[in-house]
Design a protein around this ligand. Structure first.
Ligand SMILES: *C/C=C(C)/C=C/C=C(C)/C=C/C1=C(C)CCCC1(C)C
Length: 250
């Protein structure tokens, strides 16, 4: 027992009552894990070419779940933002979300150029955001602006650019519906993150919202966007996989 007491701080992350940010870290890790199991299992229930999309949806929540285990302990131990873990997670998962777009649009003619363009925008967005939260924290507003250009590029591609054109030129209402739903996640769900970022000292919301709002909004944003994104892909994959057999049955 002495052994345990000695090492307690290494093994046990503490969650103090009233620590609602810590609460969302724990909730996030469980939600990501549960979603991962669901997406991986469902990959067996969809047709061949949709399997990749489901596996990637599962990889996105899996990578996030692992990072959440580290992040929640970091938060519980230090009470500060796990910025590095956060951005490593995003650097892996946001490009995978771009891959999801590419995979569902590939059948209607998407070229790999679209994929690389979206990955470029997202890496731009994340590197600038990371610099604004760390090295150039005093100029977080400037770096937040630079980051937002990358964000705007992604939103443009999906709402007005080649991704939206490919979807509307396809004669596939299910695909169009899915791309529109993912587009709303980009426009509304992803907009949660900059709100948290703006609570950095000197930011536009500094003093308006408490600084704890940063991790709170990132955690809520991650749960909504990573799991929501996967669910849109899942419902598209299921509806596409069921369609042919329904025709046969009728
Ligand atoms: C799964 C993780 C996702 C979907 C993360 C998305 C992150 C963003 C959309 C972050 C955007 C930011 C800005 C647009 C400006 C301020 C800096 C960021 C990085 C918070």
């Amino acid at each position: 027992m002495e052994f345990l007491t000695q090492f307690e701080p290494m093994f046990l992350a503490s969650l103090k009552s009233g620590d609602y940010v810590g609460f969302t870290f724990f909730l996030g890790s469980m939600a990501m894990m549960a979603a991962t199991v669901f997406f991986f299992m469902q990959s067996f229930n969809v047709e061949g070419k949709w399997r990749d999309s489901m596996i990637i949806a599962g990889l996105i929540t899996f990578i996030a779940a692992v990072h959440y285990f580290y992040m929640r302990d970091f938060w519980a131990e230090t009470g500060t933002s796990p910025t590095e873990f956060r951005y490593i997670d995003w650097l892996l998962t946001v490009p995978l979300m771009c891959v999801e777009f590419y995979l569902i649009l590939r059948a209607v003619g998407a070229k790999s150029g679209l994929l690389w363009k979206m990955i470029f925008y997202s890496v731009w967005m994340l590197v600038a955001g990371f610099l604004g939260e760390t090295v150039f924290r005093d100029q977080s507003v400037l770096w937040g602006f630079i980051s937002t250009l990358g964000y705007a590029g992604i939103v443009y591609e999906v709402w007005l650019g080649s991704a939206s054109k490919l979807a509307s030129n396809s004669n596939d209402p299910r695909l169009q519906k899915a791309v529109r739903a993912l587009g709303w996640f980009l426009l509304v769900g992803w907009a949660i993150y900059p709100i948290g970022y703006m609570t950095i000292p000197g930011g536009w919301l500094d003093g308006v919202l408490s600084s704890e709002f940063l991790d709170l909004s990132y955690n809520i944003g991650d749960a909504i966007n990573k799991i929501g994104f996967g669910l849109v892909i899942y419902s598209l994959a299921v509806s596409k996989s069921e369609a042919p057999s329904q025709i046969v049955k009728n």
